[in-house]
Structure formats: C-alpha cells, structure tokens
Design a protein around this ligand. Sequence first.
Ligand code: C5P
Length: 293
Amino acid sequence: MSSVTVHAPAKINMALRVGGARPDGYHPLTTVFCALDLADEIVVAPAEGLSLTITGNDLAVDDNNLALRAARALQDRTGMDYGATITIDKKIPVAGGMGGGSADAAGTLVALNELWELGLSHADLHGLAAGLGSDVPFGLVGGLALGTSRGENLLPISPRAFQSWVLVTDSDGLSTPDVFRHYDLLHPEPHEPADVDDLVEALGSDSVAEVAGLLVNDLAEPAFTIRPDLRELFERLEGAGIATVLSGSGPTIGILCESDTAADALAGALRQEGLSTLRTDGPAAGAHVVRSS
Ligand code: C5P
C-alpha cells in the first residue's frame, strides 16, 4: 500500500456534566458527544521511522503530539517497527474544545492499522484509544453517543434528526486542565455528575427542536471565569438558534439551528459582524478511511 487517507471528525459536547475530581485527578463525566462533518484529513505513507507534518495551522510538532503517540502505541501493541510519514491537514480549531488532537489520534490509529495491515479489531483500537486520551475513543466511534467515566465509556445513541451547527471559533485557545482546575475551585465538594437523560430522550425525537433548553456544559462557568469576554460573547449568541452551548472546555461556541438554511444565514450574518464562524453538520461518522492506494 502506498498511502491511506482518513477523515477524523471534530466533536461537540451537547451536554457535559462534571463530578468532583477522582483520586487520579480525572473528573467523572456524563456527556453527550456529537461528531461533526468538520474533519481533519490524515494521510499516511510508508517510510523509515515516524514523522509528522501539520498543514493548515502553524501548530508546532513535538514528540508528545497525540498522533505520534498513537503511532507508537500501535508499534508497542503489535511489536512491529514499521515507519510512516503522517501528514495532517488541520481543519478543526486547535485547543478549541472540539477534540481536534483526539480526532487526529483516532484517525492515525485507523490509518496505520490499514497501512501496516495490522488487522486490529475495533475493540483493540478502542483500548489503545482510551490509553491515549479521554476523547479518543469517541473519535473512533463518532455519531452520537453517551459518554461516562472519563468520557471513554461510550453508549451509542441512534441519531434521529439531522443537526445543523454554526461554530463561533476563537483563535485564543483554552487549556483543558486549566478549565478543570477552575471547575474544582468553584465546586470543591465531592459530587457526582448530573445525568443527561432528558437530552438523550429528546435526541430520540425526529425534531431537533426537542433538544432546546437541554444543552448544558458545567465547564462553561470556569471557562468564563478565565475568559470573561467569552461570557459576553456567549450571552450575545444565546437565542441566535435553537440552542447555544460551549463545546468541551471551550472556547468554541456551538449554535444548533433549526435547518441548514437557517444555519447558513446565521453563519453569514455573524461573519458580517466580524466573528469567525464555521458551518458544520452532525452527526458524522467516526474516523474512517476515505482513500487507500
Ligand atoms: O484524557 P485527556 O488527556 O484528554 O485529558 C486532558 C486533561 O483534561 C487531563 O489531564 C485532565 O486535567 C482533564 N480531564 C479531566 N477529567 C476528564 C477528562 C479530562 O480532569 N474526564
């Protein structure tokens, strides 16, 4: 095989409920993930050793990059020392709360499993993914899913309604550990994450409007504490569509719209106001091969 191309989707957390920190420092979560058709493109080709090139963003590549760690995890798991060039064309905002790094790790697992003809099963890849990061397993599975534990335990939700989103992005990224640290300061008492049963039930409806009022993110308050300007922007965008939610640890704000035409119009209007917007739809497939030769 001379190359494999994979698309790796961004995610938005339609609900993200957080519990008190566990002894290992992670927080128990109850979350509803939705994969979006906004995706990074990953191309892998055989080579001596491993190398990574990123295009579409001036993100510095270091040895700790999750895609490289994913490649090394595959080598360790299989005992193979095949090499590869990995090229990632970034479309997902970096440090935006959209799971971009996790998507790249999931995409690299899928791409190299194919290129190196390893034949690892979904369960094998899921195990490796969970070791790489809390959001990486969802990057493999995609669609719509309920996530528990650190976010790596997934229960698929059958998607009924098509979702049209406008994302308002911010070039000033937020650090996820930093936002969780602020969450702990605001909520020092031990507690379990709230449930998201109402949202899961509403997602079983044919109408996307049923989810209005049910999108929630417990990391919004700590993110707004770090970035008060983000709270102002969020409040301005509330009511712009069916529902507005901060994704993950922010700063990307997702606005769910009634239809794709409503979303196109909103994205255009917000762009005219000088905001940076992306139009995307969900739910989308998890990391998958789009070409191999
Ligand atoms: O799992 P991952 O490496 O992506 O997590 C990045 C950071 O986010 C962790 O180091 C931790 O600070 C925080 N985190 C958390 N609880 C989770 C997921 C992430 O505290 N369930």
